[in-house]
Design a protein around this ligand. Structure first.
Ligand code: ADP
Length: 431
């Protein structure tokens, strides 16, 4: 019991005792005590009344001056009230700072609840997605950003990377959307205007495509004349070797230009490519014959066809990807090594693996192999003279078919490149 309570009780007991003593001489001790208790009750009611008035008053002035227990009660309430007011002010200041900072952000932020409904958004999100504060609070985000790629992104629920879509307000503008999960199932949708980046990327693509295109014709002429010169009996002996070297280098440049053109074509989302049911076994047999005819690497390629399944895809693209893998296997495997190509089902996903017993690739290089012009920096790969674009082409083709490339390799023992396609691309019915 607190000292204030003890004092209050003492006061009450003394009041009763005083009233009893005062009434004693008149034989009215009990009625006096009763009167004192009623007076005490009235006094309590009075302070309760003041407490209620103070609590309900709009301006909340200082609490009434009171002594004893009531003073303690008023003081405690006043302290509690002040602490609360300070806390509310602090939170309000924080919310204001948060609103101001997110309003100043160039990127859009939309807070979504666990049902994908809009809870809050900043000015940039309103501007980029055309959201209106009056109408769109509480709306499902899928009703406002209806792009199929975005709907698929949120339905998958993985939230990896970003999805690029056209702005719902202006199809000249591009937006990158990404979702971050937080709290208990809530999400933040981040919206970034990437129109400039997209245009730069487009310009880069067009530049590479145009430059390669423009280089192709002069190179064909140079290569043709060098070919004629190399075979001309009248050519002076000391020129024979330089002409052969120039012809070889011109041939390399032609291959690089052809690969760059193919990459540009693969990067441009063109709708006129036609998917077919590909007879992968026949395609691999053709690739084997053509690769052996190049005369590089082992004398034979083992083909293992473990499934009669056909593959749904764009034949020219799939051919290009698989040929690149087989040519690499031959290029980086000595003559006494072996190359095995396999067409099989991995669980229910169609897959092609190209395995060699060649020089292998150090582990640190594997993640970067599909970058353009990336070569494992060792003298042997350079002297074999690839373009450094083969695996970039493979990556793009596989991306366009929703497939994945897995690379396993041990230096000095060999490598296995496996392309795994989505199960939906397996065609089992005879065509
Ligand atoms: P390149 O035309 O140089 O072969 P790629 O893009 O096809 O270019 O391959 C990139 C690099 O990956 C190659 O330069 C080579 O170092 C390495 N590489 C690719 N395939 C193999 C393989 N089967 N065995 C060893 N190294 C390989």
């Amino acid at each position: 019991m607190s000292p204030a309570w003890r004092r209050e009780l003492l006061r009450f007991v003394l009041l009763l005792a005083g009233a009893g003593l005062a009434g004693w001489p008149f034989d009215l001790a009990l009625p006096f005590m009763l009167l004192a208790a009623i007076a005490y009750g009235a006094w309590l009611l009075y302070w309760l009344y003041r407490l209620e008035r103070w609590l309900t008053s709009e301006r909340r002035p200082h609490p009434p001056e009171a002594r004893g227990l009531w003073g303690e009660v008023f003081d405690a309430l006043y302290r509690f009230q002040r602490r609360n007011r300070q806390r509310t002010l602090r939170v309000a200041r924080l919310i204001r700072a948060f609103r101001h900072s997110t309003a100043a952000m160039p990127d859009g932020v939309v807070a979504l609840n666990r049902d994908w409904r809009i809870v809050w958004f900043n000015d940039a999100a309103a501007r980029l997605l055309g959201l209106s504060r009056q109408q769109d609070g509480g709306q499902h985000i899928g009703n406002l950003v209806r792009h199929p790629a975005f709907i698929e992104y949120i339905e998958q629920g993985l939230f990896q990377g970003v999805v690029e879509v056209e702005s719902p307000l202006d199809d000249e503008r591009r937006l990158a959307l990404s979702v971050v999960a937080y709290g208990q199932g809530e999400r933040l949708l981040l919206v970034r205007d990437i129109t400039r980046l997209h245009r730069l990327e487009q310009m880069r693509r067009e530049f590479v495509a145009n430059a390669s295109h423009e280089l192709r014709s002069p190179l064909t002429v140079i290569s043709g004349y060098l070919g004629m010169l190399a075979q001309d009996a009248r050519i002076m002996n000391e020129w024979r070797e330089p002409v052969t070297a120039m012809r070889r280098q011109a041939g390399r440049m032609e291959t690089i230009v052809a690969d760059l053109l193919e990459l540009s074509r693969l990067e441009t989302a063109n709708d006129d490519v036609v998917e077919e049911d590909i007879d992968v076994a026949a395609m691999l047999a053709r690739i084997r014959d053509e690769s052996l005819a190049r005369g590089e690497g082992p004398q034979d390629i083992t083909l293992r066809i473990d499934t009669p399944t056909r593959l749904r895809g764009v034949p020219a693209e799939i051919y290009s990807a698989l040929a690149n893998l087989v040519i690499n296997a031959m290029r980086y495997t000595p003559e006494d090594g072996a190359v095995t190509v396999r067409w099989f089902l991995q669980q229910d996903r169609p897959a092609v693996s190209v395995q060699d017993t060649g020089i292998g690739i150090p582990a640190e290089h594997i993640p970067r192999l599909t970058e353009r012009f990336y070569r494992v920096d060792n003298a042997r790969t350079r002297e074999r003279g690839g373009t450094g674009l083969g695996l970039a082409i493979v990556k793009h083709v596989l991306q366009r078919h929703g497939a994945q490339l897995h690379v396993e390799s041990t230096v000095g023992e060999g490598s296995t490149f496996t392309c795994v396609f989505p199960a939906g691309r397996a065609v089992t019915k005879p065509s």
